[in-house]
Design a binder for this molecule. Structure first.
Ligand SMILES: [Zn+2]
Length: 87
């Protein structure tokens, strides 16, 4: 499946909205979240600038992690109903 995302490819360079591939949820994954908006915070700005070292952080990277979302896929074990708003 596809999604639109703000992708960091080079530290300190302009960001671009891109269409990216998103993996379908597996049988062992409980919930797929449909993000309906995204906010950037100071942590995102430090990641963009390359001044926020984090273990396992690699480029390209999708920025924006404060997102209003709804559940789009649920497994048999999930406690949410489809289209439940999550934060
Ligand atoms: Zn934040």
């Amino acid at each position: 499946m596809k999604a639109r995302a703000l992708v960091l490819r080079e530290f300190g360079k302009p960001l671009r909205m891109e269409t990216i591939d998103v993996k379908e949820p597996g049988d062992d994954e409980a919930v797929l979240i449909k993000v309906v908006g995204a906010g950037m915070c100071r942590t995102d700005l430090r990641l963009w600038a390359g001044t926020e070292p984090r273990e396992g952080f690699r480029l390209p990277f999708v920025l924006g992690h404060e997102n209003p979302s709804s559940s789009a896929h649920l497994s048999f074990s999930s406690l949410l109903d489809t289209a439940t708003m999550v934060t």
